[in-house]
Design a protein around this ligand. Structure first.
Ligand SMILES: *Cc1c(COP(=O)(O)O)cnc(C)c1O
Length: 391
């Protein structure tokens, strides 16, 4: 069997997910790749070692297991190369460290994943890099913020917790005109629903902890670059020694095989529940880009091919006490961080970190991750939450 992704006629996404990255004939016909645990790799002779030409040289520099996942991700992202790192947060910090130097200026969207902001405000700032935040609704207008020393424009769309949609093609065009590169944290959409590199982004970041894992039990990050940025990303990844563990890499490749059908289910259930929430008296608004009521809906429709299973809604009034009464009444939704797994989760969002794009919501913002449970059961659970919140 040949790798179907090598064939000329484009295959459907689920077909490609099922077979990408590894050819069973490379390893005795076993359908799944071997999990290679390695530090040392032996060379046949000293001359081969000195030549530096052997494919595998040391565990930190890649194995057949990491190559299988990285090439599957390259197929999904349309990238020149992908590095694997031990967490989604490392997938954010590694490319930033790879491309920023003292004296540089970097722009981050204000609706950024909070640990990314923390990294920027502490470590990047300490290293002498000027950090500035911009409004997620700024499209081509970002050109006004570009400086001669702006090296990176960092995007994340939709925004963490509040789901603002960015005009990625417009931002990318302006950043490139000013000589900066564009990075995007694309964890929400996954490359199935948005392919950053096709829209002008240079480096696509994915917390594979979420949908590729799918079971809330593995941490991993992927960073995929276009041809222009790939050599510097690969070099920095090696320099930092930031490699991922083989069992985790294996589990993420295993998860990718079913990610298409899982995402489809997450998408359908989340949209059904979002539409139901829009009809509830206890809800002021629903922050889901696939809803016609969402301010970023038109751009989402233009650029994305789907919506995943995470969104938020605003309670109609009240404060933390009301939010906690709602959350504590839920039995199927767990209270916990992260998302992308089979189980539904809920939490009250903290947006106090925002500096340039703060929205005043009329009540607490609740984020939901819709899992693979039956939607009728999830809706009944949420109904109990609303009853408790209004009691
Ligand atoms: C979860 C998440 C990360 C970090 O992933 P971890 O594996 O939990 O470190 C980064 N970016 C976004 C948008 C995320 O949701």
């Amino acid at each position: 069997m040949t790798n179907p992704s090598d064939k000329q006629k484009p295959l459907g996404i689920n077909t490609r997910l099922a077979h990408a990255g590894y050819d069973p004939s490379d390893y005795y016909g076993f359908l799944n790749p071997p999990v290679v645990h390695a530090s040392t790799v032996l060379f046949p002779d000293a001359q081969t070692m000195a030549s530096g030409k052997q494919k595998y040289t040391y565990g930190t520099r890649g194995t057949p297991t990491s190559d299988a996942l990285a090439s599957a991700v390259d197929m999904l992202e349309g990238s020149a190369g992908t590095v694997l790192v031990p967490s989604g947060l490392a997938a954010v910090t590694v490319p930033l460290l790879a491309f920023l130097s003292a004296g540089d200026h970097v722009l981050f969207v204000d609706t950024i994943y909070y640990p990314t902001r923390h990294f920027a405000d502490t470590m990047l700032t300490r290293l002498g890099i000027e950090v500035e935040y911009y409004d997620p609704h700024l499209g081509a207008g970002i050109s006004a913020l570009m400086r001669p020393n702006t090296k990176v424009v960092f995007t994340e769309s939709p925004g963490s917790n509040t789901f603002e949609i960015q005009d990625i093609p417009a931002i990318s065009a302006m950043a490139h005109e000013a000589g900066a590169i564009v990075m995007m944290d694309n964890t929400w959409a996954t490359p199935l629903y948005f392919r950053p590199l096709d829209h002008g982004v240079d480096i696509s970041i994915h917390a594979a902890t979420k949908y590729p894992s799918g079971h809330s039990d593995v941490l991993l990050g992927t960073v995929s670059a276009n041809a222009r940025c790939w050599p510097q990303l690969l070099e920095s990844h090696g320099t930092l020694g930031m490699c991922a563990a083989p069992d985790d890499v294996y589990q993420i490749l295993r998860g990718l095989r079913t990610m298409g059908v899982r995402l489809d289910a997450h998408q359908k259930s989340a949209l059904e529940i979002a539409r139901w929430l829009e009809t509830q008296l206890g809800v002021a608004s629903v922050l889901h880009p696939a809803l016609e009521s969402h301010p970023g809906h038109d751009i989402w429709k233009r650029d994305f091919t789907g919506a995943s299973g995470v969104f938020a809604f605003v309670l109609a009034g009240g404060g933390a006490t009301r939010a906690q009464a709602f959350l504590d009444a839920l039995k199927l939704f767990g209270i916990g961080y992260s998302w992308g797994g089979y189980g539904s989760l809920a939490l009250q969002v903290n947006i106090a970190d925002r500096t340039v794009a703060r929205t005043d919501y009329p009540g607490p913002v609740i984020r939901l991750q819709i899992g693979l449970e039956d939607t009728a059961d999830l809706i009944a659970d949420l109904q109990n939450g609303f009853d408790a919140a209004s009691a």
